[in-house]
Every structure is written in C-alpha cells, then in structure tokens.
Design a protein around this ligand. Structure first.
Ligand SMILES: Cc1ncc(COP(=O)(O)O)c(C=O)c1O
Length: 463
C-alpha cells in the first residue's frame, strides 16, 4: 500500500507526461460523454484503496476524455492555457489546503491576494483604490460587481438593500448592450433585477453599444440606473466605446459596470489599449484569470471602484471569524463564499511568470495571430469574414448557406488537427475562432488554417 505522497508524485508524473504530449501532439479526438460515463461507472466503493493506484486509475480512465484545450491548436470558446507555472502554484495551493476565508486561517493566502490585487489594478490600468474579489470566473465576478452596483444605486435613494431586500424597493433601471454575454443575464437573475425587464441598448454590427441609443435610454429613465457594457464581445471581440458611454453614464448618475472577461486585458497592451480607452472611467469590472492570464481554472476577478459598496454587498461577519484590522484586507469581504480556494497563489505566479511585458506581448501576439488567420482564410474562394477582426476573436462563414459552414466545422473537428467551434451571429451559423492560449504560435495557426481550408475544399466539392 503506497502513501498519499506517492499519489501526489503519481499525479505530478501523469500531469507532466500529459502536458508534454499535448504540447506537440495533434488535437486528438476525445472520447464522448457516454464513453466516459461507461469508463467511470461502477458501484459505490465499499472499501478504500491504494492512493497511488487510485490516481493512476483516475488518469487512465479520464485521459481519453480530456479535451486538448491546453494544446497549441485549440481555438474553441475562450479558454486560456492553464500555464504550467499556474498549475504548479495551484498544486501547492491544494497541498497547503488553505481556506482563503480570513487572515488568521490563511495569512499567506490573504497577503498574496492583497499584493496580486494591486498588480492586477496596475496591469489593467484601473483605479488604485478599487477593491478586488478573487472569484471563480467572470460569471460570478459580474454577480459580485452588480451586487455592489445594486447596493450603491439604492443607497443613494435611501434604500438599504442588504437589510431590507428588494420587496418594496425603488425599481432599478438596467440598461444593457443587446450583444451582452449570457452570463450577465445570470447575474441579473441572481440579484432579483429581472432578466426580462432590462432595457436593451442597440449595438453596431460588431456588437458595440451605440452611444446615441444609450443617451436616449438614459434620458428617458428616472429610476436609479445600472449600465452594463462590455470589453470583448464573446463572438467578435469588440469593446464598447467607453470614452463615449462612460461620461454619459457618469453624467446621469448611473453606475457603469463592464463585463471584460477577456477583453479587459487589452488594457495591459500598449498596442491594443486604444480599444478599451475610457474603460477606467467605469465603476466596476469583471474579468477572468483563466482566460488571458492563463491561470488554471477557476479564477476570476470582481473589481469595484467603491470598495465600501463592494464590502457592503459581500462582507460576512460572525464572532468566530477574526476581523481584519486597520489597513488589513479581509479576503472574504469581496466574494460571495466564506470558504474558498486561495486563487491568489496562481494569480501571483502567473503575473510573476509573464510580467507586464509578457502579458502585453501575449495579447499582441494573439491579436496578430487572429488577424493573420482571418486574412489567410478570406483569401480562399467561398470563405467570408463576418466582421472585422477585433483583438483575438473572429468569425468565418463558408459558402452561401449555414449548412456549408456547419459541415466545414464538423469536418475540421473530425480531422482533429485543430479544434474550432460554432456560434450563431445575427441569425446565421459561423465558425468562431478564439486565440487565447499562450501555447498557440503563428506556425500552429498556419497549420490550423491549412486544415480549415482543406476541410472547406472537401465540403465545397459536395455542394
Ligand atoms: C464576455 C464574457 N463574459 C462572461 C463570461 C463568463 O466567464 P466565465 O465562464 O469565466 O464565468 C465569458 C466567457 O467566455 C465572456 O466571454
């Protein structure tokens, strides 16, 4: 019988072997969910087992069902690389078993969050006085930021939502770009703001909020108001014109929240930050670590200019929980959970790994790769770019009908040289390409483009 340490060593061995293989391998097809279910299905274990053997069994069963999202030719959804340095920091995080709830339970975790928070604000060009909550991702970051927004806009009209809830509260007007991400609606639902009662603001053909429509909507409302913009539309990469919309929102006393799950990282690049100009004028920002910062899942940041509103919405107190004192930062005052993973370790490690220069270089390289891929693809007859390439995202259509686009995506996935997915945009199916992994190079992008062209040529022959 081996001990738990042997299991940890086995996990490290298996993980390193996997990452070595995936770094150079083609994007192999993964087993289906049904196959994985069959592989794992067994009666509830009656007795325990050998630690190392359990981990070896886990790796053997799971590996066929591991999507190669850490590989160099993965362009699906918007997924970072789980960089080895971040993974290693995360292993330590798990091994240390820290509960990042408070300063006494986890002094190192609490301190590293405080430091990583200041680094994040600096890199993202956001106000130094803003507070940062380390959450699971942009979905929860949106929820946390909008909870602070709800608290503050109601406080300004004399309503204490934390104490009195929403029953009988003054209504809140929520103005939101019509191409907002689905998870913002989740946050709105969790907060009782009603996904169905928002006022949609019209967007341009790339999904950017139209300032004129926002001006009209904001002039019409009389209720306390939250405006929700976005940096990085999930399909197009487009960012709202913050330098225009922030003064409109600020001038009318509205709270401006920005969903910047990946696009906020344009702020970290001298060459790309013009795309997010004015975003620092907002009141709150949601972004992810597990996308462009390349941390392992899960990692996101809820950033709020008014730290007091942030704490009002989230802080937890109980006699058995030691409070932070003076300038100390209480890690649980900025997140919905009490007990939670110490995400500051991986965040700190990834910022240390890449540095300001490395992050800027990565954002710029991904943007250049996306543009290069799109330019090569649209040179092929029958292939069309849906809107101009913004940041690291673009969409392509094949042939005249949706069926050709879907058939090409299916063919690319079956060929398994690279992984690219689909989405709908303005009522049509598109191939949606996201360049988000630090493993992706220009050479790997070229191999991918060759594979896409080959797939399309075979589909076109059957049309
Ligand atoms: C613009 C935007 N907002 C929110 C989210 C949700 O982020 P997460 O899945 O990290 O919670 C995403 C995810 O891709 C996104 O692109």
């Amino acid at each position: 019988m081996s001990d738990g340490y042997a299991a940890m060593a086995e996990a490290a061995r298996q993980a390193i072997a996997y990452r070595r293989a995936v770094a150079t391998a083609e994007t192999t097809p993964v087993a289906t969910y049904a196959e994985m279910l069959a592989a794992f299905s067994a009666p509830t274990p009656e007795r325990g087992g050998d630690p190392q053997a359990i981990i070896a069994e886990l790796a053997e069963c799971a590996t066929p069902g591991i999507r190669a999202s850490t590989g160099p030719r993965f362009f699906g959804w918007v997924i970072g690389n789980s960089h080895p340095t971040g993974v290693a920091a995360d292993w330590l995080t798990a091994a240390w078993g820290q509960n990042a709830a408070n300063l006494q339970a986890a002094p190192a975790a609490a301190a590293i969050e405080a430091v990583a928070a200041t680094w994040l604000l600096d890199l993202l060009g956001l106000p130094a006085e803003a507070s940062v909550g380390f959450v699971t991702g942009a979905t929860v970051a949106n929820f946390v930021c909008l909870a602070a927004a709800r608290s503050e806009v109601l406080r300004r009209v004399g309503w204490d939502v934390e104490a009195d809830g929403l029953f009988g509260a003054p209504p809140i007007a929520v103005l939101i770009g019509e191409d907002a991400h689905a998870t913002v609606y989740s946050a709105i639902k969790y907060l009782g703001l009603g996904a169905g009662r928002v006022r949609m603001i019209a967007c341009d053909s790339s999904g950017r909020m139209l300032t004129g429509d926002l001006e009209r909507a904001i002039a019409e409302r009389t209720d306390p108001t939250i405006v929700i913009g976005q940096a990085g539309q999930i399909n197009t990469g487009a960012c709202d014109p913050f330098a225009e919309i922030a003064p409109v929102a600020n001038g009318m006393g509205a709270w401006l929240h920005v969903d910047g799950a990946f696009g906020l990282w344009a702020q970290a690049s001298p060459a790309q930050k013009h795309l997010t100009a004015g975003v620092d004028l907002a009141d709150s920002w949601a972004t992810d670590g597990h996308k462009w910062l390349q941390t392992p899942y899960d990692c996101g940041f809820a950033i709020v200019r008014d730290a007091e509103a942030h704490r009002r919405a989230m802080a937890i107190t109980a006699s058995y929980l030691p409070p932070a004192e003076g300038a100390e930062r209480d890690p649980s005052a900025y997140v919905p959970e009490l007990s939670r993973r110490a995400r500051g370790f991986a965040t700190w490690a990834m910022i240390r790994q890449l540095g300001r220069e490395g992050i800027a270089a990565m954002v710029e390289s991904h943007s250049a790769i996306a543009l290069h891929m799109a330019e090569r693809l649209v040179a092929v007859p029958g292939v069309a770019l849906v809107c101009p390439v913004e940041l690291n995202q673009f969409m392509i259509r094949f042939g005249a009908a949706d069926a050709a686009t879907l058939a090409t995506i299916r063919q690319v996935q079956e060929d398994a040289v690279a992984f690219i997915g689909s989405a709908q945009w303005r009522g049509h199916w598109v191939m949606r390409v996201s360049v988000t992994s630090i493993a992706t190079t220009m050479a790997e992008a070229d191999v991918t483009v060759d594979a896409v062209i080959s797939a399309w040529e075979r589909v076109a022959d059957t049309q």
